[in-house]
Design a binder for this molecule. Structure first.
Ligand code: 26Q
Length: 835
């Protein structure tokens, strides 16, 4: 028995929780800060680190969140309304301290309270490690969504995993990426609250027996399993100045007691304690691939632990409030699946309802398909998740039976809709037959859900026309679009205080909750005085970015130059290579003295490569080699700089987005599902150079074609070109590209590393190149020239920048979540009782 579950004889009454509200004034905050610093943390004047002041201030804010958090839980319980559970293997939360202060509305008073103690808020906030529990877009989207749900006061809880190690730390060694561990919890985490009382037991392995129960019904028993505990840790998710604090619940895997003392350990105490590792390894580390790494058993264990623990948690809460009657469960619950990563939830909910709560198949299936909703985030067919049937048999044997049964019933539905169409049945089967039969998780998610959505208009259209076409023909009503968004709190108001203050002064403060109001800035794009102020803010932000680049890349950026930025995961389809070819092209022009009407430019590239993705890692090395040559050449002084920023992450983007002029969104059309970095840049007044891909299309629609540098093939043209793609001919026909290629091929960027970049050169020259880099090079160079020319007219450029900010309202995640709620969740807003 766990000590947490032991009952005491004395029962506390409500008086125990009756506390006066905590002060929000500078003096009140400073007093509590001093207590935490000197008493709780025991620091004295000898302590010089900024870390302990950060810890003390976190504790001050944590107390203030706690009281509101409890009232939010109470209000949501009393409302007894429908809830959504956002299931995601990733939540890329970043830093929490400034977010908490901003949402509590105490940033100013905290800063002034600290100032009186001789401390600088910004400095101590920088001591907080990022919570990097995600790879990139999908993980950060989950974090932005939680922010918007809390701000809109929707009863939504995030469920994820508490990885001991988040996204790896990236350093460079001779220009090569080196991965290091991200032990973000080493010094403790003041933002989490362990909740051992809600621990769940999770089964793995074993076998399935069938027995008749007293009513004669055949019941499945999953037995002889090796069990693992899932212990929840809750993190508060504050809404924007509204007293709502929602919850992110992250599960940590822990060994059961039998595990330590189990018979299979043959009584050897040290060995049996060491065997705890097997259980605790499950949540040890985030998988660092942002396209699937298929077939790793540990990953499947992670997925199942999340699905099972979260569903059991929801069912436990349901039974506590409503008893064993599930007739209204579907009215009151929705599970949003963040890609297929938690899609095993479909089978797990069926199992729990049938085997543990004794519902019939049809009842359980009705509940499952009325509560599950699936969001797809990728069009790359190779990134679709598949699991070997063999692995399911060993790890989740009961789930395999359930999936087979779902498939049988589903395929008979297909057969009655399209009689005799065996090809279609084969295409749509949840099982891909072959040497090693596999379960197609996306199909399981579609069949088990009432809603399937893409993340931008183009992406959603391509899903129904391509990847999921058969399913769209069967169930058109399930398919919908929810164009992504980002939270304007973190990505504008917090990270860009200069622009925030200007906007507040110009249109009042309501835009922070209602980003559409930014449109009221539109007429001011024609006001020279406003433009001057906007430009001054951008300049100051560029100085801050230049400082970061100087510190982390040892490269000097001149804030007067055009700041041209591409930060995102390194992937061939995102085409960092195309960007680099343009840099080489500019360098080549400088070397030829072709610099009339030159626009000085500083190019910044950042992002992590999956550790097993050799080509992506080689691209990082090439960027660094080109940077060394370009920056080291006297001829480029004042004209061109290139830097690669190591360890790109949320907190770094908070400096980069406000200081960027030109946002690079140059993926091969039809490959980037949406993009969200593109939206952060737009809000902060960057102009986009981009292809007609993902949300770029909608960004251009909003900003206006005049305020966007468009180039490249459309998604349709890319597909039409594939079978007659001839990069050699393009290179020959285009002198600038030919020169860039021969510079690359001459070994100019790898003097002492012969042949190093041959794979890259071959990829560009290959008629099989899926990303068609050569095809888009000529129009890209043209668009870049247009951007450079535009930048030379500061009034014109600033006007474009302002219009981008002014028209970015659509890309608030508040709008996105409003649409999820209107079309999928249908939750009421719940306001906590004022105190
Ligand atoms: C799968 C299996 C095993 C290991 C890892 C994975 C895995 C992990 C993360 C697969 C994919 C991801 C992440 C995908 C992702 O971030 N996609 C991006 O989602 C954004 C939010 O919708 C979009 O804006 C981007 O276009 C999309 O690339």
């Amino acid at each position: 028995m766990s000590p947490y579950l032991d009952m005491t004889h004395s029962q506390p009454n409500e008086n125990l929780f009756d506390l006066p509200p905590l002060a929000l004034t500078a003096e009140g905050l400073a007093l509590d800060f001093k207590r935490y610093y000197a008493s709780t943390l025991g620091r004295d004047r000898d302590c010089r680190s900024t870390y302990y002041p950060y810890r003390a201030l976190s504790l001050v804010m944590r107390d203030r969140l706690m009281e509101r958090w409890k009232r939010t839980r109470q209000a949501q319980e009393e409302a007894d309304c429908k809830r959504t559970h956002y299931l995601s293997l990733e939540f890329l939360m970043g830093r929490a301290l400034c977010n908490a202060m901003f949402n509590l509305g105490v940033t100013e008073s905290a800063a002034s309270g600290l100032h009186q103690l001789g401390l600088h808020l910004e400095e101590l906030a920088a001591s907080e490690p990022d919570a990097g529990l995600g790879n990139g877009g999908l993980g950060r989207l989950a974090a932005c969504f939680l922010d918007s749900c809390a701000t809109l006061q929707l009863p939504v809880k995030g469920y994820g995993l508490r990885y001991e190690y988040g996204m790896f730390r990236q350093t460079l060694d001779n220009g090569f990426q080196v991965e290091g561990p991200d032990h973000w919890l080493r010094d403790g985490n003041p933002w989490e609250l362990e909740r051992p009382e809600y621990t769940q037991r999770i089964q793995f392995g074993g076998r399935v027996d069938f027995h008749q129960d007293d009513t004669g019904r055949l019941m499945a028993h999953w037995v002889d399993t090796r069990d693992v505990l899932a212990v929840p840790f809750d993190t508060p998710v504050p809404g924007y100045q509204n007293d709502t604090i929602n919850t992110l619940r992250l599960w940590k895997a822990a060994a059961t007691d039998e595990f330590n003392l189990g018979e299979f350990n043959a009584g050897s105490y040290p060995e049996s304690v060491a065997a705890k590792n097997e259980a605790e390894h499950i949540t040890m580390v985030l998988y660092p691939n942002d396209a699937s790494e298929n077939g790793k058993e540990l990953r499947l264990r992670q997925q199942y632990l999340l699905a099972s623990a979260s569903l059991k948690d929801v069912l436990r809460e349901w039974c506590r409030q409503h008893g064993r009657d599930f007739s209204r469960f579907a009215e009151k619950n929705c599970f949003q699946l963040n890609d297929t990563h938690p899609a095993i939830s479909v089978a797990e909910l069926m199992r729990l309802l049938m085997d543990e709560h004794r519902l019939e198949w049809n009842q359980a299936w009705a509940i499952t398909t009325a509560t599950m909703a699936y969001t797809n985030h990728t069009l790359l067919p190779e990134a679709l998740e598949r699991w070997p049937v063999r692995m399911f048999q060993a790890l989740l044997p009961r789930h395999l039976q359930i999936i087979y049964e779902i498939n049988a019933r589903f395929l008979s539905e297909v057969a009655s809709r399209w009689p005799g169409d065996m090809a279609r049945q084969g295409r749509m089967s949840l099982i891909e037959e072959g040497y090693e039969p596999q379960i197609r998780m996306a199909f399981l998610a579609i069949v088990g859900s009432f809603s399937v959505n893409g993340v931008a208009e183009l992406h959603s259209r391509l899903l129904s026309e391509g990847l999921f076409r058969d399913f769209y023909e069967l169930w058109p009503h399930k398919f919908n679009n929810k164009t992504n968004g980002v939270t304007p709190r973190r990505w504008l108001a917090m990270c860009n205080p200069g622009l925030r203050d200007l906007l507040n002064e110009t249109i009042g403060p309501d835009w922070v909750r209602d980003l559409g109001q930014l449109a009221r800035v539109t007429p001011l794009a024609d006001d020279p005085a406003f433009r001057e102020r906007f430009r001054a803010i951008k300049h100051a932000n560029k100085e801050a970015l230049a400082q970061l680049v100087a510190r982390d890349c040892q490269v000097e950026f001149d804030p007067a130059a055009l700041f041209d930025v591409q930060v995102k995961r390194i992937h061939e389809y995102k085409r960092q290579l195309l960007n680099l070819l343009h840099v080489i092209y500019l360098y080549n022009r400088i070397k030829h003295g072709d610099t009339a009407d030159w626009t000085p430019r500083c190019v910044l590239i950042g992002g992590k490569a999956a550790p097993g993705y050799a080509m992506a890692k080689l691209i990082i090395k090439l960027i660094n080699n080109v940077a060394r040559v370009v920056n080291g050449d006297k001829a480029t002084a004042g004209l061109l700089r290139l830097a690669f920023i190591p360890d790109y992450r949320v907190s770094v983007m908070e400096v980069i987005a406000p200081g960027t002029d030109l946002s690079e969104q140059i993926s091969t059309a039809g490959k980037e599902a949406s993009g969200t970095g593109n939206m952060k840049f737009m809000m902060n007044g960057a102009v986009t150079i981009g292809t007609l891909d993902g949300a770029n299309i909608e960004i251009r629609d909003q900003a206006g074609a005049d305020n966007f540098f468009l180039f490249g093939l459309t998604a349709e043209a890319v597909e039409a070109r594939r079978h007659r793609y001839d990069p050699q001919a393009i290179i020959q026909a285009h002198r600038e590209l030919a020169e860039v290629m021969s510079l690359l091929e001459s070994g100019h960027f790898n003097q002492f590393e012969p042949g190093l970049f041959d794979p890259i050169i071959q990829a560009i020259r290959s008629p099989q190149d899926p990303w068609m880099t050569a095809a888009d090079f000529p129009p890209y160079i043209q668009a870049q020239a247009a951007a450079a020319a535009a930048y030379r007219d500061p009034e014109h450029w600033t006007r474009m920048a302002i219009l981008n900010t002014a028209h970015s309202g659509r890309f608030s995640s508040d709008r996105t979540i409003g649409e999820y709620n209107r079309d999928i969740w249908m939750l009421p807003a719940v306001k906590p009782q004022p105190r």
